[in-house]
Ligand binder design. Structure first.
Ligand SMILES: Nc1ncnc2c1ncn2[C@@H]1O[C@H](COP(=O)(O)OP(=O)(O)OP(=O)(O)O)[C@@H](O)[C@H]1O
Ligand SMILES: [Mg+2]
Length: 440
């Protein structure tokens, strides 16, 4: 395809990428605004007109797969731009000699960043994730006369560093443009339908995800109090589902260690102990295993939890005990930023299901559960505010809620009646017959 065809596919709002000379070109807005595509197309076009060194940057890039490399490859193939040669870690134009390179900023040491000194255009994708520190190193490095920094981002918070530094009060060398999905003539119908659904069902999320507004402070709670109150009034009273225990272990002086007991839709008991040292907690846990024969205990592996886990493992409970890292990768990585967000959302789903559920009536548990604010990252994945922020607001650690959400760490399927239960030196598959059941 010729260059005109490419230009014709760049929405009007992005024309200044090609026509204006600005030090900073700052594009922001919600999902589906066409930012990534228009930046990719414009850069590919520029790179075939003159020799440019183009750096595609983001805060963290563990592998080239995290970068816009793929998108650029797709656009090259879509336009059949045969003058571009795609190598494993870079893309080059065989005629002009232009080169695209890909880097993460967070792990760059100063030396590596220096390699960016010859860059003509730096494209920062997901600008909302860029720290002030990364910006302070990068900005003076992109120093070639006439060099430009292009930024594409979805606003996260009121004080996103690049927003505050560059776009809140732009100088005359900075272009700031807002684009949303309705400005994108190529926005797929599917995305428009998703936007409409979101607008109807959850207006706060719509403003943030689709209209690119920063999250209103404290605006959206993950769990609504009425869901918890409803569960307090539930009458399940018994269940054949496997017993799952969530164990939130004290980390600091004033926290308690909490066990939460749940069978399917019946969460019937909390036990709180003040013991702090790992051996006492492990002993107590062993007692719970002997008394209640749980199918699983999920414990928080952070802090001293790791030690408790090791002790119980060495005592032969490795098939019952599972260590959960709240900050670790989610099982559904494309939907949740980490395990913590995933477990909390599973708990929310449990509370909002159509079938009745029962939860121990406990006002402290209610305020724990309803204290957490949610937000979404640039990929639209659910993220929770940090535990420190929650603690500040509550004035304590939400231990009971954490123990409760730990029971949702992984689905535990009913494997039928327990056949043997020995000294703990048994494998769970031996103890239970194969069976199926509902997820939670
Ligand atoms: N020039 C184009 N030609 C064809 N399709 C396009 C073009 N620009 C955008 N699209 C379509 O619009 C969708 C959204 O565009 P894009 O991914 O660039 O948006 P964005 O502003 O980067 O937002 P986000 O990445 O948050 O969704 C793309 O997935 C693609 O389907
Ligand atoms: Mg994008």
């Amino acid at each position: 395809m010729n260059n005109q065809t490419v230009t014709a596919r760049i929405p009007q709002a992005f024309a200044p990428l090609l026509t204006q000379k600005k030090r900073i070109k700052f594009y922001y807005g919600g999902r589906g605004g066409g930012k990534s595509y228009a930046f990719a197309d414009s850069l590919l076009l520029k790179g075939r007109m003159e020799k440019l060194l183009i750096a595609c940057l983001r805060e963290v890039q563990d592998s080239i797969k995290d970068s816009v490399y793929r998108l650029l490859c797709e656009r090259i193939s879509f336009y059949e731009m045969k003058d571009y040669k795609i190598a494993e870690t870079k893309i080059e134009n065989k005629i002009t000699g232009s080169k695209f390179i890909f880097k993460g900023l967070r792990d760059q040491d100063i030396q590596k960043i220096k390699s960016l000194e010859g860059v003509d255009i730096a494209w920062i994708e997901e600008g909302q994730s860029i720290s002030k520190k990364s910006w302070d190193i990068l900005s003076p490095t992109i120093r070639k006369d006439g060099s430009e920094i292009w930024i594409s981002m979805n606003r996260e918070e009121e004080n996103d560093p690049l927003w505050v530094l560059l776009a809140a009060n732009p100088d005359d060398r900075t272009l700031v443009v807002k684009v949303n999905y309705y400005d994108n003539p190529f926005c797929p119908q599917e995305l428009k339908l998703q936007a409409a659904k979101c607008q109807k069902e959850s207006p706060d999320d719509y403003l943030h995800i689709w209209l690119g507004q920063p999250l209103a402070q404290g605006a959206s709670k993950l769990i609504a109090p009425n869901l918890v109150r409803q569960a307090f009034m539930g009458k399940i009273s018994s269940s054949d589902s496997p017993l799952v225990i969530g164990l939130d272990i004290a980390r600091f002086g004033d926290d308690s260690t909490v066990f939460c007991f749940r069978r399917g839709r019946w969460c019937f008991k909390f036990e709180t102990i003040k013991k702090q040292d790992i051996v006492s907690i492990a002993d107590y846990c062993q007692g719970v295993i002997n008394d209640y024969s749980p199918a699983r205990i999920f414990l928080d592996a952070g802090g001293v939890g790791g030690g408790v886990y090791d002790i119980l493992q060495s005592r032969g409970y490795r098939d019952i005990i599972r260590a959960v890292n709240f900050g670790g990768k989610a099982i559904l990585e494309e939907r949740y930023v980490n395990r913590r967000a995933e477990m909390w959302d599973n708990a929310r789903a449990w509370l909002s299901q159509d079938l009745p559920v029962e939860l121990v009536l406990d006002e402290e548990l209610l305020s724990d559960l309803c204290s957490v604010n949610k937000k979404y990252d640039a990929k639209g994945r659910l993220q929770l505010e940090s535990k420190d922020e929650v603690k500040k607001r509550l004035g304590r650690s939400p231990d009971k809620a954490d123990a409760f959400v730990l029971t949702f760490a992984e689905p535990v399927y009913d494997r039928g009646k327990i056949t043997t239960y020995g000294n703990g030196q048994v494998v769970i598959e031996d103890m239970f017959k194969q069976n199926k059941e509902s997820k939670w």
